[in-house]
Design a protein around this ligand. Structure first.
Ligand code: HEC
Length: 138
């Protein structure tokens, strides 16, 4: 009996580990154009004051577009970037926006960094976004 429990536990652990492995890529069209358009508005309201209207950064706030930004998150997951933004930004009022709005703004950032749009909206659940690799090149 105990061995069966141990076996079931091992299978469950293996299944969870497999789920946690990023299987998709940021290059596969993970947000929609409509979502990025909404995100553009949200960015203008909540982020542009510090990061600049054209995402090039101002003062302490770094650029959110370009090689440096992409390399900062290269090798992480889209979920890591989502959580980073969701829990620490806007810097003067962290975690103040609804998840949907953070997802829309992230879609806008992806678009501005040249990642392609697709047919399905970017999810607002970090667990799902952690299955998507953020990689500088395909
Ligand atoms: C009050 C100013 C301010 C506002 C508003 C603000 N940020 Fe920031 N942001 C900063 C500063 C300063 C940093 C650098 C310090 C840090 O990393 O926490 C930063 C860092 C970041 C980083 C990390 C960039 C990197 O390459 O490491 C991201 C991503 C980011 N902000 C996204 C956003 C988004 C998205 C919004 C809007 C929802 C936003 N920020 C609003 C000031 C701001």
């Amino acid at each position: 009996m105990q061995r069966i429990f141990a076996l079931v536990a091992m299978v469950a652990v293996a299944a969870i580990a497999a789920m946690a492995q990023p299987t998709a890529s940021v290059w596969e069209g993970i947000y929609t154009e409509a979502q990025a358009a909404r995100g553009s508005d949200g960015y203008g309201k909540s982020c542009a004051a510090c990061h600049g209207a054209s995402l090039t950064g101002t003062g302490e706030a770094p650029a959110l577009q370009g090689a440096q930004f992409v390399s900062d998150f290269n090798g992480e997951t889209v979920g890591d970037l989502f959580d980073r933004i969701r829990t620490t930004m806007p810097q003067d009022n962290p975690a103040s926006l609804p998840r949907d709005q953070y997802a829309d703004i992230l879609a806008f950032l992806l678009k501005e960094n040249g990642f392609p749009a697709g047919a399905k909206e970017l999810d607002r659940r970090s667990e799902y976004l952690k299955a998507i690799r953020f990689e500088a090149s395909k």
